[in-house]
Design a binder for this molecule. Structure first.
Ligand SMILES: *Cc1c(COP(=O)(O)O)cnc(C)c1O
Length: 354
């Protein structure tokens, strides 16, 4: 087996998905399971759907090409570029949108493909990433989009806790409610999606404060990692350890903890500082920042300390370990969301699904 190796425990992800979906069903919330963190790995997308996810969502259109054999709704959750309109119509059923020009391009592409493409209109209720901020502008575009022959408006959506870290709250949902009221006045009270957020909305969902007009969540992190980093919470009953990165020791030597010579800038432009701790046993693993931000890895052996990393090397201090490591040994780490995002993107990382 080539290393670095990312092992993925599909049973744990499936169990998380089943648990969360059962909770959602009790509150009549449909779940769009998000695959962007795992670069759209089709086996995981399939497991999401097998456990009851109504739709798969991803941010990159390329990933949907791997989902063609999976039968479910497919949501492009990054607002589309005009230049990808034809692929959006071809590979997805729904997309989140905030620009009329893009919706017109989607309509033309859908017309050419003889399809109906469904859109959810993004409402920006505070995080200041994508979406309409004022209701008049929202309604203006919505009316125009509504009249396009091959487009169907399927509801509204919002996203929180991304570029500004704004947490979902009763106030943010009050703003979404204003959009929903306007939507209903314009288009009638027919069933439509109110897609109210992502993993960061799960705390409100759990404690019963998520307003009832929200009827869909788009969730990735919670299913994959059983946690919500925006709230620093790991959830009981969900697995947090489905992803493990294994690195291999290619050098193991005792070295001083103070570098020898004048200190300039390291490989990333930082000036590192050091404490003299005497001679330490250091292991070098064969992966580095090209593969993963090492600060997002947690050694399973708690006595290991990550000392430094460059593009292709990660240096560990293994002096305090009870295990007597040797060159060639494998060191496992728990990988979190940011780690897995990079690891699944790297062509140098071998991936295996257990
Ligand atoms: C990433 C993303 C999600 C899913 O977020 P998680 O934190 O993984 O649950 C949902 N919606 C949009 C628009 C996103 O960009």
């Amino acid at each position: 087996m080539r290393r670095p190796l990312l092992t993925i425990n599909l049973q744990k992800i499936s169990a998380n998905t089943r648990t969360v979906i059962d909770q959602c069903r009790q509150k009549n919330i449909s779940l769009t399971a998000i695959t962007k963190c795992i670069s759209g790995m089709p086996d995981i997308a399939e497991a999401f759907v097998a456990k009851g996810a109504m739709a798969i969502g991803d941010s990159r259109i390329q990933n949907f090409a791997h989902f063609e054999k999976i039968h479910c709704d497919k949501w492009l959750i990054r607002i589309p570029m005009i230049s990808e309109a034809a692929d959006v119509v071809r590979y997805t059923t729904h997309s989140l949108n905030s620009e009329l020009a893009t919706m017109q391009a989607l309509n033309e592409a859908a017309h050419r493909a003889d399809r109906i493409h469904k859109v959810l209109l993004m409402c920006d209720v505070g995080d200041l990433r994508e979406g309409y901020v004022d209701i008049d502008g929202f309604l203006w575009d919505a009316e125009k989009a509504h009249n396009l022959s091959n487009l169907q408006i399927a509801g509204i959506a919002t996203n929180l806790c991304c570029v500004s870290g704004v947490l979902p709250s009763l106030e943010t949902y009050e703003r979404l409610y204003q959009f929903d009221q306007a939507y209903t006045r314009a288009f009638g009270n027919a069933t439509h999606y109110v897609s109210g957020g992502a993993t960061s909305s799960y705390p409100m969902f759990l404690d019963g404060t998520l307003p009832e007009f929200v009827n869909n969540l788009r969730i990735g992190e919670l299913l994959l990692f059983g946690e919500d980093t925006s709230n620093h919470r790991a959830y009981e009953g969900l697995y947090q350890d489905a992803f493990t990165l294994e690195g291999e020791i290619m050098e193991l030597k005792e070295k001083p903890s103070l570098p020898v010579g004048e200190i300039g800038l390291d490989a990333y432009g930082n000036r590192p500082t050091f404490i003299d701790r005497g001679i330490r046993k250091r292991a070098i693993l064969a992966f580095g920042r090209q593969d993963v931000g090492v600060e997002y890895l947690e050694p399973l052996d708690k006595d290991i300390e990550v000392v430094a990393a460059s593009s292709d090397h990660t240096v560990l201090d293994v002096t305090d370990c009870t295990t007597d490591y040797r060159v060639g040994d494998v060191i496992p780490f728990r990988a979190n969301y940011q780690a897995v995002l990079h690891l699944t993107t790297s062509a140098y990382v071998e991936k295996i699904i257990l």
